[in-house]
Write a protein that binds this ligand. Structure first.
Ligand code: ZN
Length: 157
């Protein structure tokens, strides 16, 4: 295992152990449920929007280390950013984790993701891609959907 992979591994474990923004928001404007039945990951995401800015975000629930650390990194990355910035980051993250094994991802693309780049390695484990993207899909559902609940088995990845 390379030094970088080891560093990433530690970052994932650290976020899993002490997830950021792991709380229910008392005051929120948007929320949604995210469920990945294949792995049993189940989270709820709360958002507080002020105009177009995500002023606060929290999540709670349980699941594997990948899903929890991804949710934690997501909340840390988008808190304080605008909805457009959050969606753009999701696009970049999604592109990286869906890059086929054997295809190269540029260092630049991974760097742009900040700590979320630690999850780039899940693309080598197709079953875990849904774990890594679950919180993001829940975020998307909170921002756009009416039924406020998503399951990875009704969405693509
Ligand atoms: Zn999982």
């Amino acid at each position: 295992m390379s030094e970088l992979n080891e560093l990433y591994q530690q970052l994932i474990l650290e976020h899993n152990k002490s997830p950021r923004n792991f709380k229910k928001l008392e005051l929120y404007t948007h929320d949604a449920d995210g469920y990945n039945p294949l792995c049993g990951d189940h989270y709820h995401v709360w958002l507080k929007l002020d105009g177009d800015t995500i002023t606060d975000i929290g999540f709670q629930g349980s699941g594997c280390a990948i899903s929890k650390s991804s949710a934690s990194m997501m909340t840390a990355a988008i808190k304080g950013s605008t909805v457009q910035e959050a969606k753009k980051l999701f696009e970049k993250f999604h592109t990286v984790i869906l890059t086929k094994i054997g295809d190269t991802i540029s260092e630049e693309n991974i760097e742009e993701l900040g700590s979320l780049g630690a999850l780039a390695g899940v693309r080598e484990f197709p079953a875990r891609i849904k774990c890594a993207s679950l919180a993001w899909h829940a975020l998307n559902a909170a921002l756009t959907k009416k039924d406020k609940s998503i399951s990875t088995e009704t969405e693509k990845n």
